[in-house]
Design a binder for this molecule. Structure first.
Ligand SMILES: Cc1cc2nc3c(=O)[nH]c(=O)nc-3n(C[C@H](O)[C@H](O)[C@H](O)COP(=O)(O)OP(=O)(O)OC[C@H]3O[C@@H](n4cnc5c(N)ncnc54)[C@H](O)[C@@H]3O)c2cc1C
Length: 547
């Protein structure tokens, strides 16, 4: 079998996986491990990982990236360098997505890389419209290519907290399999973390450099903040004088650093195929209909099982087109993210650099991350402190699908905050101010704490705040809020125990399964991918048991 090398898919197979992103490739890998060989993964985007020249970062620019996620693609290649002195090499993402240190000369030199601006990424794709821009709009969307966002993520792996997983909206069997035990052995979280640790060749929670250890010591000691190292699933290696890293992803497992196909069995991945419909007869899946890139012609594959792994909104659309759930799906949620940036003078001593976090309590429902970037040549460092909070599934976030005579239907997002979300936003601001208070004497910060405006409008976004902080006097914090959807953790539309049976199968349609954050009945504060991997494996084993 070859990976992403087939231009014509077969006419039939046992299992079609829709989408070659983080959840789809993990599900395909687990199906193979379980002995299911006849799998076809259909991916809307091209197979760029091995075929495309590496994008290069542009030097000399100071504009920050459009920043997604926890610390965003912007920080991807500069954050937590294993050797975090300013003049030492920065890690780069494998394949060069984040490019080598771009050297803008500012406090965040790598932030200037074109690649790190989703709006300039040719793979950016938004198969929906939004009623409330900039939320779920602007420069944010999914990445259409083989690998999907598994090529972009930062590798932060956190389990959903007990206070969220313990909610009865999570089916008891799923909770048990994740945490306590699965198939007669350890729970899924433990197994996935063990595998990721084996893959990365390091303890996931270990501080990645002496400077990161110094940051942890400073925060727990002088600042009296109960921070912990952030567990990351990454592999580091040296390329000449540079230290490089890549986050875990099934593609990384299958390919060595030169991009060749590795030893492990790989699934048949067919790029440039957009699935537009699922075939269903007598409440059972019969196949999938897809279009090749640039054509209107419809092709068909017969199969007994389909795994929808096309990210939350697309998955919901494909279910809506055939399912009994109607044309409007409530429960769309992203994580609530806001924070502040502050520029500090290094003060003559080496600045600690790295990433740490304060775990969320049940009352706060937000993890707070503290990142110190290496100081620039002038001795100034930017500190970034941000919360990632749970957004609940509610009617305030929904996707409506407009039924047309042909497929695909169009998808329209309505985004907003529920009253409970507003409470989380306020609690997160209190947490951020607490961290500010802890940092103040250490970093000689000014007297004014960060000032936030509205969460949905009225506070700078990250790129705007970054622009401002580079020109602000040291010690003055600039607050920012991330638009909904821009954190890239969108989910909640097809929850287990509701739209889906607890196995991940769509209620009322045998053989149709869904994976990814869209299946979480409740997200907690944790970044979703550890749970995505775990549940993709669980669903794959269910299918393997039925084939
Ligand atoms: C910069 C960045 C950093 C992140 N960091 C972290 C982190 O540290 N920790 C964490 O937990 N999460 C992180 N995330 C989030 C994580 O990447 C996503 O939650 C995850 O990728 C979602 O997986 P998915 O399989 O549902 O979607 P994707 O990975 O987006 O994959 C979906 C795939 O399906 C394809 N597709 C879509 N529609 C169709 C169709 N109709 N037919 C065929 N193919 C289709 C897409 O092209 C894409 O390849 C980060 C995300 C970003 C962007």
């Amino acid at each position: 079998m070859a990976l992403a090398r087939v231009s014509t898919p077969p006419r039939r197979c046992d299992v079609v996986v829709v989408g070659a992103g983080l959840s789809g490739l993990e599900a395909a890998a687990e199906l193979l491990r379980a002995g299911v060989q006849d799998i076809v993964v259909l991916e809307a985007g091209p197979a760029t990982r091995t075929d495309e020249p590496r994008p290069t970062a542009k030097n000399g620019e100071t504009r920050p990236a459009q920043r997604n996620d926890e610390a965003g693609p912007a920080a991807r290649n500069s954050e937590a360098a294993p050797t975090a002195q300013n003049n030492e090499p920065k890690p780069i993402a494998r394949n060069g997505e984040a490019g080598p240190a771009a050297g803008s000369g500012g406090a965040g030199p790598d932030l200037a890389a074109d690649w790190n601006r989703p709006g300039r990424d040719p793979a950016l794709w938004r198969p929906w419209s939004s009623d409330r821009l900039p939320h779920y709009g602007g420069d944010y969307g999914i990445r259409r290519k083989v690998g999907g966002r598994s090529l972009y993520w930062r590798g932060i792996v956190l389990p959903i907290e007990d206070w969220a997983l313990g909610d009865p909206v999570w089916p008891a069997a799923v909770r048990r399999d994740l945490g306590q035990g699965w198939r007669g052995g350890a729970g899924l979280y433990q197994r996935v973390l063990r595998d990721l640790g084996d893959w990365s060749g390091r303890a996931l929670e270990a501080p990645r450099s002496p400077n990161e250890q110094a940051l942890l010591d400073l925060l727990t000691g002088a600042a009296a903040l109960r921070v912990r190292p952030v567990p990351v699933a990454r592999r580091y290696w040296a390329e000449g004088s540079r230290v490089c890293w890549e986050p875990y992803g099934p593609l990384g497992r299958w390919m060595d650093a030169g991009g060749r196909i590795g030893g492990e069995a790989t699934p048949l991945v067919v790029p440039d195929c957009t699935v537009v419909e699922i075939g269903v007869a007598a409440a059972r899946v019969t196949g999938v209909g897809f279009r090749r890139a640039g054509t209107r012609e419809r092709h068909w594959i017969d199969c007994g099982f389909v795994v929808l792994a096309a990210a939350a909104v697309e998955n919901a659309r494909l279910v809506a087109q055939v399912g009994p759930g109607g044309r409007s799906f409530p429960g769309l949620n992203d994580h609530l993210r806001q924070g502040f940036l502050v520029r500090t003078a290094a003060g003559g001593r080496p600045a600690p650099a790295g990433l740490a976090f304060l775990p969320a309590t049940a009352r706060q429902r937000s993890n707070v991350f503290v990142e110190a970037r290496p100081a620039d040549a002038a001795g100034f460092a930017v500190w970034d402190v941000w919360g990632i909070g749970e957004q609940e599934r509610s009617d305030f976030g929904r996707v409506s699908f407009e039924a047309t005579t042909g497929v695909p239907w169009s998808s329209r997002i309505t985004a907003g905050l529920s009253p409970r979300d507003e409470v989380t936003v306020e609690a997160q601001r209190r947490q951020l101010r607490q961290v500010w208070t802890g940092l103040r004497p250490l970093l000689s910060l000014g007297p004014e704490p960060p000032r936030f405006g509205g969460f949905l409008a009225g506070t700078p976004t990250y790129p705007q705040a970054y622009e401002q902080v580079l020109n602000a006097e040291p010690g003055r914090p600039i607050a920012y809020c991330a638009p909904l959807g821009s954190v890239d953790h969108e989910g909640g539309l097809t929850p287990l125990g509701d739209v889906l049976h607890e196995s991940g199968e769509v209620a009322g349609i045998s053989g149709l399964f869904v994976v990814g954050p869209g299946t979480f009945p409740r997200s907690g504060a944790a970044n979703p991918s550890l749970t995505t991997f775990a549940l993709a494996r669980r669903t794959a084993r269910t299918i393997a048991g039925e084939t």
